[in-house]
Design a protein around this ligand. Structure first.
Ligand code: PA5
Length: 476
């Protein structure tokens, strides 16, 4: 169940980017100067042209078109799951889980699982993106296999975490239901031909959704990776694609001043290159957007955290993403963002209209220091605190910017996802790196295979053994 009817006036639902406070005109000597910004113009235009010329290998950018043909298929399977299941469990990690988590949190009721199917019309949703044995055991304690459908999501079909979850679940399902009925409980999302899941799905005739070519994990939310779990939760996936379409249109504009993702990429790269902003804080002021910060952290970190050999020198790139939540983290992190070092930018995400209004009643009117709150709403308070924090960060001289959503709904969320994806792609172009690979992650995956005895990784195991010798001297 969405928090409101899926009926959106799109003309008033465009999200806005305000980057005034990134500039020295607002924050002083640690901000980007107008000369620096002007000096970036040609580089921005070149980055746009280069990204456009690679559109064929950036298929994630076209998902709002290409997935339209797949929508009826996704909705049909989602409907079957909604009708049949009490529990829907996603097995996946990284790009195969963070998008579904973020979208579920943004659009579904914040206590979706507690409300129950009689109220929501949807199964409880669990997105299992870790292999903590206690977590897996805890999940199994609260779901009834008879009433559960699992969706295993892995583009590569080989990630150890997801495959071990799959082995555990499949063993139980086969023992309980036999081979014939496995398809009633297990849906697969993977590459169309590569990886181990393709053969497994064929063997058991499992319903299979495809992660299209040119769509990497962290750019996959708008394909079945994200669309199926969202549809199972009753989220309007067509409106999400509409939002992405609008943002792609805006981010195709040749003038950097009119292209939100290009400008965001430009000012963030300038902040890194010229002002030592090695850290990028993302701070949404809405619980519904809390996990957008997690999704963004992967997108930004995994895409830009790269090294490149140039002129015999190893260059290192990237900006460390930090997740924060307004107003909660005003009381834990903001002291650092005002009085701490000038090594970061802060990006606030604000929401103009919340889907619920909660009034603060008159109770202690005889205590002026408390009574001033009465008669206001929590809506006013949270937005006042966002504006106040922006002000505090600005007058302390720290670069910050705000992305403003008129409301959180499927249409604005689709815009936001596309905005960040495009920003990341443009930043990759500006830095001259490949934003779409992840060699460091692959290294960790390979070392895990070696440690657990996967055939073909014997040499890697030797390498691990020789490099992991530790001296007792440095262990207390
Ligand atoms: O963005 C990425 O490519 C990664 O984070 C992957 O999504 C993650 O490693 C999981 O990979 P897979 O979907 O192949 O299991």
């Amino acid at each position: 169940m969405g928090k409101k009817e899926n009926c959106v006036d799109k003309s008033s639902m465009r999200i806005r980017v305000d980057y005034n406070n990134m500039l020295s005109t607002a924050v002083g000597e640690h901000g980007i100067t107008l000369e620096e910004l002007e000096g970036m113009r040609e580089r921005l235009k070149a980055a746009l042209a280069s990204a456009n010329s690679k559109r064929d290998s950036m298929r994630w950018r076209d998902l709002y078109k290409t997935e339209r043909d797949n929508l009826s298929n996704i909705l049909e399977v989602a409907e079957f799951i909604r009708y049949r299941a009490e529990n829907f469990v996603v097995l996946g990690i990284g790009g195969s889980a963070l998008g579904p988590i973020a979208v579920q949190q943004a659009i579904a009721h914040l206590h979706h699982n507690d409300l129950g199917k009689a109220v929501t019309g949807c199964p409880r949703i669990f997105i299992e993106d870790n292999i903590d044995p206690e977590r897996m055991a805890a999940l199994l304690d609260v779901i009834d296999l008879d009433k559960t459908v699992f969706n295993v999501i892995t583009k590569s079909g080989s990630t150890s975490e997801t495959m071990s979850q799959l082995l555990i679940v499949t063993r139980m399902l086969l023992d309980r239901f036999g081979e014939k009925d496995l398809r009633e409980h297990l849906v697969v999302t993977t590459d169309k031909e590569k990886g181990n899941l393709v053969g497994i799905a064929r063997k058991y005739d499992l319903h299979t959704f495809v992660v299209p070519d040119g769509v990497g994990g962290r750019f996959s939310e708008l394909c079945p990776v994200g669309l199926l779990p969202a549809a199972v939760a009753g989220i309007d996936i067509s409106a999400m694609l509409d939002g992405a379409e609008l943002m792609d249109h805006l981010c195709s504009h040749e003038e950097p001043e009119k292209n939100p993702a290009l400008m965001l990429a430009g000012i963030e790269v300038l902040a890194m290159e010229k002002h030592g902003a090695n850290i990028g804080v993302l701070m949404p002021y809405a619980d519904s957007l809390k996990y957008i910060a997690d999704w963004y952290a992967q997108l930004w970190a995994e895409s830009l955290g790269k090294k490149k050999l140039e002129g015999g020198k190893m260059l290192r790139f990237g900006q460390t993403p930090v997740k924060a939540l307004g107003v909660t983290d005003q009381h834990s992190q903001v002291q650092l963002y005002t009085d701490g070092p000038f090594d970061k930018t802060v990006t606030f995400i604000g929401v103009e209209n919340f889907r619920k209004t909660v009034e603060i009643p008159h109770v202690f009117d005889d205590i002026p220091a408390v009574a001033f709150l009465s008669g206001h709403t929590l809506n006013e308070l949270i937005n006042a605190e966002r504006v106040a924090t922006e002000h505090a960060v600005t007058i302390s001289g720290h670069m910050n910017k705000t992305i403003l959503l008129p409301e959180v709904n499927e249409f604005t969320l689709g815009q936001l996802l596309m905005l960040f994806e495009m920003q990341t792609a443009f930043a990759g172009e500006l830095l001259g790196i490949d934003a779409f690979d992840q060699p460091g992650v692959e290294e960790g995956k390979n070392a895990t295979y070696a440690l657990l005895g996967k055939p073909g990784y014997e040499e890697k195991l030797q390498e691990l053994k020789s490099s992991s010798a530790k001296s007792d001297k440095y262990i207390i």
